[in-house]
Design a protein around this ligand. Structure first.
Ligand SMILES: [Zn+2]
Length: 169
């Protein structure tokens, strides 16, 4: 994706207040991120362990989503698969992240959740730029471009769910 600026990122959020978007902690070293290897920008809040964020190009423009991270830890013997990039993680490497829906539905407490790499580094796992003993990529013959396309399609579907309210209007 193209490199994003601080104001662009803050202006992209669809499911939180403007004040919240102004105050949230952006990733450190924004300018130095490996943008060319990112399909979306995702990060955990350095100051709030229960918060994560995701920003991506979606349909008509940039869409940012605030996510809640569950506080409980999963069993370390269990392996879970990210619903975006299909990377398998042992233990707590995959988390059920939930987003408040945009608009009126969100104000009524409506949320949508999905299992995602808890560090939101799907793009780097796909490209083999981030590795760990607890992480397994599926042994598949699909070319990288198609794995990326699948991840982006999965993310698009999730963002569309978050924005249901906007689309129905
Ligand atoms: Zn992932």
């Amino acid at each position: 994706m193209r490199a994003l600026t601080d104001p662009e990122i803050r202006a992209s959020f669809v499911n939180c207040s403007k004040g919240e978007a102004r105050r949230l902690n952006l990733p450190r070293g924004l300018a130095e991120l490996p943008w060319e290897d990112l399909d979306f920008l995702g990060w955990r809040d350095q100051g709030a362990p229960d918060r994560a964020y995701l920003v991506a190009e979606h349909r008509d423009g940039l869409v940012g989503v605030t996510l809640r991270v569950p506080s409980f830890r999963r069993s370390l013997t269990k392996t879970n698969v990210c619903s975006l990039c299909v990377t398998a993680h042992a233990g707590s490497g995959v988390a059920l992240l939930t987003a408040r829906r945009a608009g009126a539905a969100g104000r009524e407490g409506n949320t949508v959740g999905t299992y995602i790499c808890a560090d939101l580094a799907c793009s780097l796992y796909l490209r083999g730029r981030k590795k760990s003993a607890a992480v397994t990529r599926p042994n598949e013959s699909l070319p990288l471009e198609e794995q990326i396309a699948r991840t982006v399609a999965n993310l698009d579907a999730f963002l569309a769910q978050v924005r249901t309210d906007t689309l129905a209007a």
